[in-house]
Design a protein around this ligand. Sequence first.
Ligand SMILES: Cc1cc2nc3c(=O)[nH]c(=O)nc-3n(C[C@H](O)[C@H](O)[C@H](O)COP(=O)(O)OP(=O)(O)OC[C@H]3O[C@@H](n4cnc5c(N)ncnc54)[C@H](O)[C@@H]3O)c2cc1C
Length: 272
Amino acid sequence: MCQPFTAVDDLLSSRKFGAGNSMSAFIACLVVTAVLLLTKYGVIRTKNKGVLKPDQFQDFILQKKIAISHNVAIYRFQLPAPDSILGLPIGQHISIGADIKQPDGSTKEIVRSYTPITGDDQPGHFDILLKTYPQGNISQYMASLPIGQSIRVRGPKGAFNYTPNMVRSFGMIAGGTGITPMLQILNAIARGRATGDKTEAHLVFANVAADDILLKKELEQLAQDPKIHVHYVLNQPPKDWKGGVGFITETMIKVSVFISTSDLIQSYKVAH
Ligand SMILES: Cc1cc2nc3c(=O)[nH]c(=O)nc-3n(C[C@H](O)[C@H](O)[C@H](O)COP(=O)(O)OP(=O)(O)OC[C@H]3O[C@@H](n4cnc5c(N)ncnc54)[C@H](O)[C@@H]3O)c2cc1C
């Protein structure tokens, strides 16, 4: 069997490379040793396997809570090891489950869906952007979860799986925390630019007031990309607001989502 060489002396030693050994065995050993060393020192990265199990809830510890507004926070959960990843396909989501006491005194298992805003490119943890509803089951449970306590997670879930250049252009319409799957896909597009992802994206993002716009800094950073466009719509806009006003309309979608000439011609043809 090939024993990895541990030192140059070993490598040169006639005991390891005796006259009886063939040159091909020596080369094979050399390659194995080189791969092991390169992997050990991080030059070659082995593919990380995701920790999620679709049919089994697993516990993940709450590491950090970052308040975003009066009712929205980012919850950071620890993965088992610093190099662990969730293994969540881009565009899919997870289930969070908990046994929650109901108004009638009974305890019921409640399960809700959430789309992490971090991806497998950020090992060691995953982040959930979550809005707390006054009488929401899981959102209230999460809001009162102390740091160091765990939640139960199962997944991945969902049919959509983003792959680079799967479409020429995406039209996205989101409101409030509905931004989470869009952010996941936009981040993947931006990351893929270096390796040839040419996907365009037009996002219409609706919120009540300017302060409610979630992850604005991240979205503005993404919109620096010439092919990623974000159009904000507010129901209660401030005085000097330059974005859309009211609820999302058909015209807003036509103007902001089907922005290219060929898309406009296409949508005109469909409408007439
Ligand atoms: C694919 C997918 C991805 C999602 N991703 C995210 C995400 O990333 N972030 C996020 O924040 N959300 C996300 N959601 C929404 C999330 O799954 C939940 O619907 C949301 O958190 C509310 O769940 P809850 O258990 O807290 O509220 P629920 O218990 O479902 O309650 C919903 C509403 O009913 C009201 N209500 C509940 N019980 C009562 C009662 N007894 N009397 C009166 N009113 C009541 C609550 O106040 C609340 O307004 C996603 C949903 C889907 C389908």
